[in-house]
Design a protein around this ligand. Sequence first.
Ligand code: HSE
Length: 353
Amino acid sequence: MHFKIAFIGFGTVGQGLTEILLEKKDMLVEKYDFHYKIVAISDIMKGAVYDENGLDVKKILDLVKTGKKLDRYPNGVKGMDSTATIKETNADTIVEVTFTDVKTGEPALTHIKAALDAGKNVVSTNKGPVVKQAVELLDMAAKNNVHYGFEGVVLAGTPALNLARYTLAGNKITGFKGILNGTTNYILTRMEEGMSYDDALKKAQDLGYAEADPTGDVEGFDALGKVVILSNVVLGKNLSWKDVERQGITEITREDVEKAKAEGKRWKLIGSAEVQSDDSVKAKVWPEKLSLSDPLAGVCDAINALTYYTDELGPVTIIGPGAGRRETGFSLLIDLLEINRKSTEKTVIKKVA
Ligand code: HSE
């Protein structure tokens, strides 16, 4: 497939994907017949640029990495806002990577609806719209014969959703439990080594793990969003963010961490959901003091882990990076490759017919 890509938002994750696309350009062509041009970028802070023939990706990355605005790019149309970029450019695929609001889903929800309505594919790591309206947006994509991919909303590029959707298909999944936020796991790991909470949070921000507003991480809202998404997309329920009990890690002190260590235990922020006998679901995000023999206790730094409880296999666990520039950027490539695969299948079917 020949993608024409537009980015809505161009922060850490968008830049991470762009680096991967640039470095893997030849491999993507050779291995997957995957061709692309990035035709537009619109970012509320960095400005906007559009060239229907494709932007010079290296020049774009050089500009943003040196803190310059996109209107310093030598050619192209400047200043288009997100709506104009979605509707008026020749992009066929929109990468939505603006900031996350798990309560309203905005502004990403509006962006995604506009793109699907205009018959454009969307790939996004934005949790807000999936928390709010996953089923509606997937229906909208199907009706418009386009794809809405959001693999990265849980466990970044570690394929937690595709595992449930494809590889575990045929199982009844009755619940899940895991470490679903990279920032808090990173902070707890550093605190156990003696670092202060504030220094550990600052490092997590520098490393690109934290949300634009890190309150979402440390107060448990990010993990809550992921619990809602997994409950709705994997367990087939219909939760909203208000249905999940929540506590973050802000009340855990260095003393608590030291005390747990002396007891042979470790604090972890755990997200879980379990389908009940009346088919309702009990979901929560809570700090737990785990014994070191618990497999989740050994999952440190920004690594995440997720166990699905299945009827055929019992517990099945996936462990891998849950946050980060390249790690989350890569999740968008997973979605783009799926669009590419579907398009290739359609071409083969047409040829055979
Ligand atoms: N802020 C999130 C985290 C990013 O730390 O896990 C990935 O969703």
